[in-house]
Design a protein around this ligand. Structure first.
Ligand SMILES: O=P(O)(O)OC[C@H]1O[C@H](OP(=O)(O)OP(=O)(O)O)[C@H](O)[C@@H]1O
Ligand code: HPA
Ligand SMILES: [Mg+2]
Length: 179
């Protein structure tokens, strides 16, 4: 793996400490509310699994699969729903879980889409935020780490579907993705 990784940006200890902190905040904020946690596949998988275990109130989970990056390192700008929710979200408090907010195009599309379904509230929790790359204004309700404008992999994030399983977040060497 060393030959493709430039440097580790966030190690496992830092990620897990932040996940606990986010879980505690969410627990406090959603106490007594009907909470539905929606993971956005595939990138949120590892973060979602860790975050859920750090939330100490009743909740349900569901998943959506969206895609705009295809197999490369830059967004197509066009968001597609590959898998929708299994249930109605009318009058429910929805917390969307993402791995990274980059241009914001994916989430912008998704938030509008979910709000139009009559949810009581729709908020977002991401482990990584890259505000320098934003193309649409976006309120991030729960953010783990603000990171620089570099293409990262690991902890759910891929390059060409690889590296998602790494327990840390790393910057890929530029020659790997041709950036
Ligand atoms: O803010 P944006 O520029 O829209 O980028 C962020 C989105 O892009 C990635 O998903 P991707 O489409 O690569 O699917 P994946 O989760 O299956 O990797 C990531 O998981 C976010 O959902
Ligand atoms: O830095 C990133 N890495 C992987 N997938 C992504 N999708 C948006 N930004 C990224
Ligand atoms: Mg991706």
């Amino acid at each position: 793996m060393e030959h493709v990784i430039d440097r580790v940006l966030l190690d496992e200890t830092a990620l897990q400490a932040k996940v606990q902190e986010l879980g505690e905040r969410i627990t406090r904020d959603y106490e007594g509310k009907d909470l539905l946690v929606v993971g956005i596949l595939k990138g949120s998988l590892l973060f979602m699994a860790d975050l859920l275990r750090a939330i100490r109130i009743p909740l349900e989970i569901d998943f959506m699969a969206l895609s705009s990056y295809g197999s490369g390192a830059s967004t197509s700008g066009e968001v597609r729903i590959l898998k929708d929710l299994d249930q109605s979200i009318e009058n429910r408090h929805v917390l969307v879980v993402e791995d990274v907010i980059d241009t914001g195009l994916t989430l912008n599309y998704l938030m509008d889409n979910l709000k139009s379904r009559g949810a009581a509230s729709v908020k977002v929790c991401t482990i990584l935020d890259k505000p320098e790359r934003r193309r649409v204004a976006m309120t991030v309700d729960y953010n783990g780490f603000t990171i620089p404008d570099e293409f990262v992999v690991g902890y759910g994030l891929d390059y060409a579907q690889q590296y998602r399983h790494l327990p840390f977040v790393a910057v890929l060497k530029r020659e790997v993705y041709g950036g």
